[in-house]
Ligand binder design. Structure first.
Ligand code: NAP
Length: 247
């Protein structure tokens, strides 16, 4: 049998933010199964340890950190090995009508979904922690381009990350570091369960998807593997929608 596997992550080190839950946890588990060594970042130490226990292989580490506390970034990234891949999954959701938005609403979403990842990325680049030929992936959302009531600031934060990632891809191309975004539709994680809609409403919405289901975190993890692997070595500056057929 052939051992052809363009998606292998063997001997790569990958940092996953938001690794304590949902999509980030699934990405970390899938990457470990593909041979990567993982650095797991999140706020909740206990949940990070749970993810750590689910990984294949060894040599992984956890990093408990809050992405809104930028003062700690240099000290934190100092402890990291050189990285072949980074998947920025950490993020929060929010529902608020535009006329009811407060400055605090705007700050909390933009701090976590936009400023946190881009300033962490800045620190990693400045500290020379991203290897030549590396791959950087940002979790955006179809919300960036598909409007829905109550999600204006969340959508804006996800649109901003796509614009940022496209510019970053040009800046890093000379070092063959690639930068791409994943834009999922609804995926079964705590993020949507905590939105205030009940399970029946979510199930009804799910039934309207052309493929008749919301995504599972593993669906997104498989795309992240592709983007991190050498199989996608000609892909940069892209934003890939993964949506079960919904718009
Ligand atoms: N689920 C969906 O339908 C969906 C759709 C499109 C895009 N996305 C995007 O996918 C990404 C992952 O979301 P998810 O669905 O997996 O949500 P989730 O299960 O709620 O996980 C969110 C993760 O982000 C981490 N996080 C939040 N704020 C943080 C902060 N200030 N510092 C460090 N870590 C922080 C959480 O860590 P702690 O638990 O340790 O605090 C957790 O690990 C998000 O960017 C989200 O916008 C999700």
């Amino acid at each position: 049998m052939s051992d052809f596997n363009p998606f292998s992550l063997t001997s790569k080190t990958v940092l996953v933010t938001g690794a304590s839950s949902g999509i980030g946890r699934a990405v970390a588990i899938a990457c470990s199964k593909m041979g990567a060594r993982l650095v797991l970042l999140g706020r909740n130490k206990q949940k990070l340890e749970t993810t750590l226990g689910l990984l294949a292989g060894d040599g992984h580490m956890t990093l408990a950190a809050d992405l809104t506390e930028r003062g700690t970034f240099v000290r934190m990234t100092d402890t990291l090995p050189a990285l072949d891949g980074i998947v920025h999954c950490a993020g929060i959701g929010q529902r608020a009508l535009c006329k009811q938005l407060t400055e605090q609403d705007v700050d909390s979403i933009m701090d976590t979904n936009f400023k946190g990842p881009i300033l962490l990325q800045q620190t990693l680049l400045e500290q020379k922690k991203v290897k030549k030929g590396g791959s950087i992936v940002f979790l955006s959302s179809i919300a960036a381009c598909s409007p829905s009531i109550g999600h204006a600031v969340y959508s804006a934060s996800k649109g901003a990350i796509i614009s940022y990632a496209k510019c970053l891809s040009l800046e890093l191309a000379p070092r063959k570091i690639r930068v791409n975004c994943i834009s999922p539709a609804m995926v079964w994680t705590d993020l949507i369960r905590n939105e205030g809609l009940d399970e029946d409403q979510l199930k009804e919405d799910e039934s309207r998807y052309p493929l008749k289901r919301y995504g599972q975190p593993e669906d997104i993890a498989n795309l992240a593997i592709y983007m991190l692997s050498d199989a996608s070595s000609w892909m940069t500056g892209s934003n890939v929608k993964i949506s079960g057929g919904t718009y």
